[in-house]
Design a protein around this ligand. Structure first.
Ligand SMILES: O=C(O)CCC(=O)C(=O)O
Ligand SMILES: [Fe+2]
Length: 362
């Protein structure tokens, strides 16, 4: 019992230092109100006590609600982490060291085997969403995005076989301040590990360096940040799915990589999941970060309304997202998207537009 009340005391201590529970400003305001009550002549000590009690009650309610939210979030996150670790351990035990076997993770409220359903806002039932028949000959996955499926800037009307580019989920403040600082340091310390980015060319099955389609530098071995992003994304998965109007499906793998885009770098219109080697990339995510103060402009992400009639083509309408520190964006990988050129006058690697970008595989 004593241990329990000690734990609760410690928890309260930690929570009341949390800005999400009570801000500095509120703390100061409350202190001065209480002081004010004390220092002024009130008709009676009872009245003074009654005012203080009323005030404490009201403040207590608000703080209680905020604490519950912070606490609730932390408990859920904890549960998800524990569940994932147990499952990872189970997979390790079953498949010791099998190269290339992706770790199967069950997001908290996705039932294994429940089929994924996509609800594009205006898709007609029966309109095929696939551009190519599923590839049965190749199981190899590729790290590269696809180019070449894009249409010119055509003015095609948005029709019934279209997924809207507005089918996008954006979350701010994805990492804590400490995590973000650590990530920036990690990126800058690994400059030498970045390599020129490649793209998949439809029909060729190969990864090509094609500077007319994409220019940036990528880095794959994200060490602890790979785990951090995987876990964090999985704990957000129900909310991501809801915003994207997906029925949460079982995520087979989260595949993150880091990209640095410097002066003049860009990525032309492309899709991420219509190539036979990348078909299981259901959802693309892009997390933006950079050193402060920001030293680049441009690099806007544009996600186009995409039609799936007779192949796949981007319409003229799009949702534009200007990179913001610590912001993450999710959208269906089959949507046509592009990265506009980055302007980075110093040309210093450390001033690049950085992303952790990747895919949620089904
Ligand atoms: O660098 C980025 O912002 C993400 C690029 C992208 O679309 C991709 O890697 O598929
Ligand atoms: Fe992409």
């Amino acid at each position: 019992m004593e241990t329990q009340s000690l734990t609760i005391d410690m928890l309260c201590d930690a929570l009341i230092k949390d800005e999400r529970v009570i801000t500095d400003q509120e703390r100061q305001l409350l202190a001065s109100i209480f002081q004010h009550i004390k220092s002024h002549e009130t008709p009676s000590a009872e009245l003074e006590a009654a005012i203080a009690e009323r005030l404490a009650g009201a403040v207590g309610n608000v703080i209680g609600q905020r604490m519950a939210r912070v606490f609730g979030d932390a408990v859920v996150r904890r549960l998800v982490d524990t569940q994932m670790n147990t499952q990872a351990a189970r997979v390790d035990a079953q498949e010791p060291g099998l190269p290339g076997v992706p770790m199967r993770i069950h997001p908290p409220d996705a039932l294994p085997g429940v089929p994924m359903r996509i609800h594009p806002p205006d898709a007609l039932p029966g309109v095929p969403m696939r551009i190519h028949p599923p590839d049965t000959t190749s199981t190899r996955k590729s790290r590269e995005p696809l180019i070449g499926q894009q249409t010119p800037n055509g003015q095609r009307s948005v029709n019934s076989a279209t997924i809207r580019g507005t089918q996008v989920a954006v979350f701010e403040e994805f990492l804590s301040k400490e995590e973000l600082t650590g990530l920036i340091e990690f990126a800058l310390a690994h400059e030498a590990h970045f390599q020129a980015s490649r793209v998949l060319v439809p029909g060729s099955g190969t990864n090509n360096l094609d500077f007319s389609q994409r220019r940036s530098r990528v880095f794959f071995d994200l060490e602890r940040y790979s785990t951090l992003f995987t876990q964090r994304i999985l704990s957000y998965w129900p909310r991501i799915a809801e915003k994207l109007e997906y029925t949460p499906f079982e995520i087979a793998e989260v595949e993150p990589q880091m990209t640095a885009s410097n002066d003049g770098d860009f990525f032309g219109k492309h899709t991420d999941s219509t190539h036979e080697l990348s078909r299981t990339r259901e959802i693309t995510f892009i997390y933006f970060f950079h050193r402060e103060p920001v030293a680049f402009t441009g690099g806007e992400l544009r996600i186009y309304d995409t039609s799936f009639e007779n192949g796949c083509s981007g319409a003229s309408s799009f949702k534009g997202i200007i990179p913001q520190q610590n912001q993450i964006v999710f959208f269906p990988g089959r949507l046509v998207h592009e990265i506009l050129p980055v302007h980075c006058p110093s040309k210093a690697f450390a001033d690049s537009r950085f992303t952790i970008n990747g895919w949620l595989h089904r």
